[in-house]
Design a binder for this molecule. Structure first.
Ligand SMILES: [Zn+2]
Length: 299
């Protein structure tokens, strides 16, 4: 069997850029610590809206190919070498926002058979044998069909992998504590006049915001991981514009939002013995591998 580092982290995301927005600091920090970080992205995001006017001619497969290049650059910024597209490049198409006719395209990810897509992910899980899986909640964080589907496929794959011989000890969903989001948007509103953006998004625009007591882990990316995250976000130039100073960014809706350098999670499977899950900041895990026995190689 392939020799892999003792600690292994798997992240499952819908489109290129989601990994950097949600987990960029976490990925950079763990990669720098020698953890084997694997990213599986489910689609190439070929229905995404493009920000730079000079790139707006890119649509469909051409945009997908371009975004694949952006993803490669983002992973270089984060120091992540193992990144894959679910089922191979172009296997699943971007489904577009909820309610659009795009959702009905037979090759889009939303129309994919969950068990078949999960089977592709199980292959990765059995190869990498991660101790930690990170994905979205059952609403995909904010209701995008591809994010919901990524959640379903990731959770189903964890189940199928267990039956096939590898139980992932810990599973997390991406979160932002409501108080953190509210505080960050209050600062954003104060600082907006100094930013290259004219309007602010709202707390409700941020995926995965929940009451603070549901958040069980926080990963502090202050320093090099935060810088790597900002660089990774900039690599996704068709989708993201980062303001100078690296504290705010916009998506194609041009609404400013905070760039979180501490990233938050809700543990939904497993847990360190004797540690309480959830609650105020002081009780949260500060390491996604807390309590994991990384000498155990068999399920
Ligand atoms: Zn996405």
């Amino acid at each position: 069997m392939t020799e892999l580092p003792a600690r292994r982290l798997l992240l499952v995301h819908a489109h290129p850029d989601d990994e950097s927005i949600n987990n960029g600091a976490t990925m950079a920090r763990y990669a720098a610590e020698g953890v084997h970080v694997t990213l599986v992205t489910c689609t190439l995001g070929e229905r995404g809206e493009v920000i730079p006017p000079q790139l707006r001619e890119l649509t469909g497969p051409a945009l997908g190919a371009h975004r694949r290049g952006e993803l490669t650059a983002a992973m270089a910024a984060l120091g992540v070498h193992d990144f894959r597209l679910l089922g191979g490049p172009g296997r699943y198409g971007d489904s577009g926002m909820m309610g659009l006719p795009d959702n009905d395209a037979p090759d889009c990810f939303w129309q994919a058979d969950v068990d078949a897509a999960a089977a592709s992910l199980v292959e990765v899980i059995l190869e990498v044998r991660p101790q930690v899986l990170v994905t979205y909640d059952d609403d995909g964080g904010y209701g995008h069909p591809d994010h919901i589907q990524a959640h379903r496929v990731a959770m189903r794959a964890a189940e199928l992998a267990e039956a096939a011989g590898w139980r992932i000890p810990k599973v997390y969903w991406n979160r932002v504590p409501r108080s953190v989001a509210e505080g960050a948007f209050a600062r954003l509103r104060d600082e907006l006049p100094g930013l290259p953006f004219t309007r602010s998004a709202a707390v409700s625009d941020v995926p995965g915001v929940v009451d603070d007591d549901r958040v069980t882990a926080e990963i502090d990316g202050t320093g090099a991981p935060a810088a790597a995250k900002a660089a990774a976000l900039r690599a996704h130039a068709t989708q993201i514009e980062v303001a100078p100073g690296d504290r705010y960014f916009v998506l194609s809706n041009e609404l400013a939002q905070p760039l979180f350098t501490t990233e938050y999670y809700e543990l939904v499977r497993g847990g360190p013995a004797g540690e309480s899950a959830g609650g105020p900041a002081g009780n949260r895990e500060t390491d996604l591998f807390a309590g994991v026995d990384d000498t155990a190689e068999a399920a």
